[in-house]
Design a protein around this ligand. Structure first.
Ligand code: FNR
Length: 380
């Protein structure tokens, strides 16, 4: 399939993947209202065109958490990435490093931390959930530190999972799921060979090492389901702070008061996120929540935002609304499923190019100059 725009990768991924995997990525919680709002609201944010501003020497780089990155984006933590492309986490981490942006490894990745970090030329970030098994949390953070991970992304919007009804229809879970998945894999021979056969082992690398035996897709939903911890509170984050000394971002903030609590707690940053509409359906889009949060805490910690970012223009919009950088979720996963490391590299090039056009035509020579002034007020 011919790819000319970042959004083309979704259709390319749909063709490549067995439906249970495509819909696991593509779907959201309940009726998917929030998921749909994320993109609809963001694309409605109108950029303010400015002209004749001499934009020679335009610079997309940013400083974040004491480091310099090529442009204001990082790859978001996404579970089971090694099921969408062969050793998918390694391929994505390499593409991110090549582009000069961070890659975040999910707790529930296929490839373990050590495999990904050892094959990435730059330090990766690691995402952790609060789980009932505190021994696992401690164990996995020690491994992350030893492997050379720099930054912890602590996801707090999953004290229990929001139901994704699409997964039952698609065969990801529900009746006869294993047989349905097998039948779908057989109908997608490219995936079956390159990922299903050559991408093994398919267990959850970080969890298998801890439990001492392979934890596969079947066990994944069960293990995680038993391990979500609805008792999570700020105390748990204080406990983590006692043994994680590096930068820590709190992911899953949508409310100004929670953002202020994150500042009081001493977080290095937050991710304004509704988990891509995969948790509480009915909450506002991230881009609607972002401006008030930015107004309350900008400058006191790093503000990242995700959910609905599909293009370089969307990156410009999120930054103009108050984010220091964005996380890319589905956008990069579609590209990875469709084209592996090269797909992600090309996606990032396309996004950077779009961002450059947005900066040039809004009169922003540096990322700092993308502000509320870069938006048409009536619609922002
Ligand atoms: C996610 N997300 C996620 N977040 C997290 O903290 N840990 C995880 O393991 C996962 N897993 C995961 C799987 C899949 C298939 C998706 C699509 C998303 C959420 C992710 O980090 C990010 O917040 C959203 O993807 C952002 O929304 P968009 O960009 O996908 O719309």
């Amino acid at each position: 399939m011919l790819i000319s725009a970042p959004t083309d990768y979704r259709e390319a991924a749909r063709r490549r993947l067995p439906p249970f995997l495509f819909h696991y990525i593509d779907g959201g919680a309940y009726a998917e209202y929030t998921m749909n709002r994320n993109q609809a609201d963001l694309s409605a944010v109108a950029l303010r065109q400015r002209i004749l501003k001499n934009m020679a020497g335009l610079d997309t780089s940013i400083s974040l958490l004491g480091q310099k990155f090529a442009f204001p984006a990082a790859l978001a933590p996404v579970g089971l990435t090694g099921m969408y492309a062969r050793r998918g986490e390694v391929q994505a981490a390499r593409a991110a490093a090549r582009k000069g942006i961070p890659f975040t490894l999910s707790t529930v990745s296929v490839c373990p931390i050590e495999e990904v970090q050892s094959q990435s030329p730059t330090p990766i970030w690691f995402q952790l959930y609060v789980l009932k098994d505190r021994g696992f949390m401690r164990h996995v953070l020690e491994r992350a530190r030893e492997a050379g991970v720099t930054t912890l992304v602590f996801t707090v919007d999953m004290p229990m999972p929001g139901a994704r009804y699409r997964d039952i229809h698609s065969g990801m879970s529900g009746p006869y799921a294993a047989a349905r998945r097998l039948a779908q894999a057989m109908g997608h021979p490219h995936w079956a060979w390159h990922v299903g056969v050559r991408g093994k082992p398919h267990d959850l690398g970080n969890i298998s090492t801890y439990r001492g035996h392979p934890t596969g897709l079947q066990d994944y939903i069960g293990w995680l389901g038993r391990n979500y911890d609805p008792s999570i509170s700020w105390k748990d984050l204080e406990w983590i702070r006692t043994f994680w000394k590096g930068p820590m971002l709190i992911k899953g903030i949508l409310d100004v008061e929670d953002a202020r609590d994150a500042v009081r707690f001493g977080a290095d940053g937050i991710v304004v996120s509704n988990h891509g509409g995969r948790q509480l359906d009915g909450v506002p889009s991230s881009c609607r929540a972002l401006p008030a949060i930015a107004q309350a805490v900008k400058g006191e910690l790093a503000i990242l935002a995700d959910s609905g970012v599909r293009s370089g223009l969307d990156i410009a919009r999120m930054v103009a609304l108050g984010a220091d950088a964005v996380l890319l979720g589905r956008a990069y996963i579609y590209a990875l499923a469709a084209g592996g490391q090269n797909g992600v590299s090309r996606l990032l090039d396309l996004m950077e190019q779009e961002l450059r056009v947005a900066m040039t035509l809004t009169g922003a020579r540096t990322i700092d100059q993308l502000t509320r002034e870069s938006l048409v007020k009536a619609l922002s």
